[in-house]
Design a binder for this molecule. Structure first.
Ligand code: FDP
Length: 328
């Protein structure tokens, strides 16, 4: 028997009709999908094309930019601009805010076209992550950078695995899988499991001695209750947490013997990494906090590439951690 799975676009059209929404978001998502499919293609064939090397330039965060990072960034920019729906964008790869259709655009898009770059030379999972906010349609737009709470949608493609997860504000978190025709199909609603048996803890254990004492203590007392998994790419690690439950954490580094290596503000970027997974997690029934135990979705960004610590996952674990962080 042939099986005809619902495609992402069919799903989205129905979703927009059910909620009586405009077609603008469809056009925006179509452009994001176009970019993602091409990133997927280049990633899968990158080794053959010699694209896995370093590009020789340095990005805003001072890391080496891989050739594929450049390609992915150009692809996303091209399709976002072509959609005509984007006011301005923030990309992990570019220092400045990228103006697009400033007068006529409707959305702000904050994205990281290739997150988890240490996996690139190995062809292991990376993420294309994005958050979307809407311009002020009621009055003058002041172009301020939006907090996660104001996103209308956020999602991530895990590449080359071929999964796509998208969360809508107050309308759930959904996962799709790429098929042989490069369509994302088979919508599955993601709800974090309550059963702790499957829960996992995910963090870079090489840093554990450098975390705040209260965080180290919690890990020592609790982590053996759960399986430990760490892939080194947020999209991949969070993908697992969203399915199995548990907690992903990238705490602030405050006790490094070489103080220059401390990261009191955390490592992950707020707008296109932490807030994206926090938004998806909320829509799946979970939560996320920063190093002060505050709801991550409430942080108002002061600058596009702001960093934050991140604790995200099943609500009972994140809430327990939040209490510990508030008390430290
Ligand atoms: P990367 O530096 O390899 O690009 O913020 C980027 C990120 O990867 C995340 O995807 C990942 O979760 C984290 O950093 C990995 O950092 P560590 O190498 O310190 O574990």
């Amino acid at each position: 028997m042939l099986q005809f799975e619902q495609t992402f676009m069919d799903f989205l059209i129905e979703h927009q009709e059910r909620f009586n929404r405009t077609y603008h978001f469809l056009i925006l998502m179509n452009s994001i999908l176009n970019a993602a499919k091409r990133i997927q293609f280049y990633y899968q064939t990158g080794a053959l094309r010699g694209n896995l090397g370093l590009a020789g330039s340095v990005n805003v965060q001072g890391e080496d930019v891989l050739k594929l990072d450049d390609i992915a960034n150009e692809l996303v920019k091209h399709y976002l601009r072509r959609s005509g729906r984007v006011v301005q964008a923030v990309s992990e790869e570019e220092e400045d805010i990228i103006p697009m259709n400033v007068e006529g655009g409707r959305y702000f898009v904050y994205y990281d076209p290739m997150d988890g770059s240490s996996n690139v030379p190995h062809n292991l999972p990376i993420g294309f992550m994005f958050g979307i906010a809407k311009r002020n349609l009621e009055g003058p737009e002041d172009f301020h950078l939006r907090a996660g709470r104001d996103y209308i949608a956020a999602g991530m493609f895990v590449i080359p695995t071929g999964t796509f997860t998208l969360a809508f504000r107050e309308a759930g978190c959904w996962r799709f899988h790429i098929d042989e025709t490069m369509n994302y199909v088979k919508p599955t609603r993601m709800v974090l499991p309550e059963d702790r048996k499957a829960w996992e803890i995910s963090y870079n254990s090489a840093n554990r001695e450098y975390y705040a004492a209260a965080v180290q203590k919690w890990l020592a007392e609790n982590e053996r209750k759960y399986a430990f998994r760490y892939m080194g790419a947020l999209a991949g690690d969070f993908h697992r947490i969203l399915t199995n439950g548990g907690m992903f954490l990238y705490p602030a580094v405050v006790n490094h013997p070489d103080p220059k290596k401390n990261r009191p503000s955390g490592k992950l970027r707020l707008m296109y990494e932490a807030a994206v997974v926090a938004f998806m997690c909320r829509e799946a029934g979970g939560s996320a906090v920063d190093e002060n135990g505050q709801n991550l979705l409430d942080i108002a960004p002061q600058k596009p590439h702001q960093r934050t610590a991140l604790y995200v996952g099943s609500a009972p674990l994140v809430e327990e951690m939040s209490g510990i962080l508030k008390a430290k």
